[in-house]
Design a protein around this ligand. Structure first.
Ligand code: GDP
Length: 436
């Protein structure tokens, strides 16, 4: 397994705060201490080498780059308990933030950061023997994640066009949005990014808040709670790159199996079980019940009713105590479920991964330790309803040309607003067409 390195890039406040949750979990999974030393110095390098590089001093260093135009969040990492884990040259900040403005992140202050960021990426890639791809984490609604992130993505794809680029993207929650111009930033970022990413997994804060309050018994979730749930899902998606399994799936296989056409690359992510940490070990879940749960909207990390759409393809990623025969039975069962309808031009539909490493619960987190779990990545046409909600908000503001001058004064052409709108409308139509 050695030599299939992955480089992770965390951009903007949401991206960097997600780094905290992801790397906290990876350190637990790979028995890495806060300072980058290993609990067992003789641990086989194969498992951690995709995510960590081993130094001559016997320390491991995450293959990661964090970028934020404003320093506060990264400063917390520089001074926090993980300060010795991360390479200081890979924590990039500038002094002026993007003020929640896509155009400022893309054309203004962000422009000055991109060369330095690309230089750091090239160095990270040079350290790899056989780099497999990039995972990018950011929020489309922010100025840095949206604007700078989109420009950076374009540069990355131009330079490393043969590598896979997968994104985990926080999308604004129509109900909980805390930035007024988020619909603008989100639609503009989608428009500016769709050509350069291979897959983008949409993470909707509102859906995750609901899961935390209704399923995990946390009535007042904070970003740190949301991020740990996302961290667990990201860990599941990447487990097969790091641990042994009966059927491991690598990054390029996700693309091959999930993306039937270049633009149709926004799978819906679902996870099971959401078992609260208070109910430790009191319940056990069968493979069939875990699988069924993932096809319910209540287990999705995006708020849209998957029963209203058709599935194009679906990856089922099991981890822990799972045997192929149980998975086969669960899949047969799902195929006969009335609500899980596939498009008729893709009759097989399922790609299965089985990894032996059970999920690890973070101490003090909301999720209990369980012996098995499943994550599904479903390319479903139901995602069009989510796009429609965002486009509606975008159009309401754009019709009045509200806030547009802030974008134009940063060097963005006003016509880009219309191009972005048309592009998203075309994407919605593309999904509609999949159904027929
Ligand atoms: P940026 O730094 O300019 O890219 O701005 P942000 O990353 O703060 O982007 C704003 C969006 O990200 C809003 O939708 C916020 O709700 C969301 N957000 C901010 N911080 C976090 C976080 O730590 N976790 C999650 N899940 N969402 C966040």
């Amino acid at each position: 397994m050695a030599g299939r390195e992955i480089i992770q890039i965390h951009i903007g406040q949401a991206g960097v705060q997600l780094a905290n949750a992801c790397w906290e979990l990876y350190c637990l999974e790979h028995a890495v201490k806060f300072d980058g030393t290993l609990y067992d110095p003789n641990q086989a390098e194969d498992s951690y080498s995709p995510f960590f590089a081993l130094t001559g001093a016997g320390q491991v260093v995450p293959r990661v780059l964090m970028i934020d135009l404003e320093p506060t969040v990264i400063d917390e990492i520089r001074t926090g308990c993980y300060r010795k884990l991360f390479h200081p040259e890979r924590l990039l900040t500038s002094k002026e933030d993007a003020s929640n403005n896509f155009a400022k992140g893309m054309y203004g202050v962000g422009h000055e950061m991109v060369d330095l960021a690309m230089d750091r990426v090239r160095k990270l890639v040079e350290e790899c023997g056989n780099m497999q791809g990039f995972l990018i984490f950011r929020a489309y609604g922010g100025g840095t994640g949206g604007g700078f992130g989109s420009m950076f993505l374009r540069n990355l794809e131009n330079y490393f066009c043969k590598s896979s680029i997968l994104e985990f993207v926080v999308f604004p929650s129509p109900k909980l949005s805390n930035i007024i111009v988020e619909p603008y930033n989100t639609v503009l970022s989608t428009h500016a990014s769709t050509e350069y990413q291979d897959i983008a997994f949409i993470l909707d804060n509102e859906a995750i808040y609901d899961i935390l309050s209704t399923k995990l018994g946390n009535p007042r979730p904070m970003y740190s709670n949301v991020n740990r749930v996302i961290g667990q899902v990201v860990s599941n998606v990447t487990a097969s790159l790091r641990f042994e399994g009966a059927l491991n799936v690598d990054l390029s296989e996700y693309q091959t199996n999930l993306v039937p056409y270049r633009r149709i690359h926004y799978p819906i992510v679902a996870y099971a079980p959401f078992m609260p940490s208070k109910r430790l070990f009191h319940e056990q879940f069968s493979v069939a019940s875990l699988t069924n749960s993932c096809f319910k909207p209540s287990h999705q990390l995006v708020k849209c009713d998957s029963d209203q759409g058709k599935y194009v393809s679906c990856c089922l990623l099991y981890r822990g105590d799972v045997v192929p025969v149980d998975v086969n039975n669960a899949v047969v069962n799902i195929k006969h479920t009335k609500n899980v309808q596939f498009v008729d031009w893709c009759p097989t539909g399922f790609k299965v991964g089985i990894n032996y490493m059970p999920p690890i619960a973070v101490p003090g987190g909301d999720l209990a330790r369980v012996t098995r779990a499943v994550t599904t990545l479903s390319n479903s046409t139901a995602i069009k309803f989510y796009w429609l909600k965002i486009l509606k908000k975008y159009n309401v503001m754009l019709r009045k040309r509200a806030f547009v001058h802030h974008y134009v004064s940063e060097g963005m052409e006003e016509g880009e607003f219309l191009e972005a709108k048309e592009n998203l409308r075309a994407l919605i139509l593309d999904y509609k067409e999949m159904e027929s």
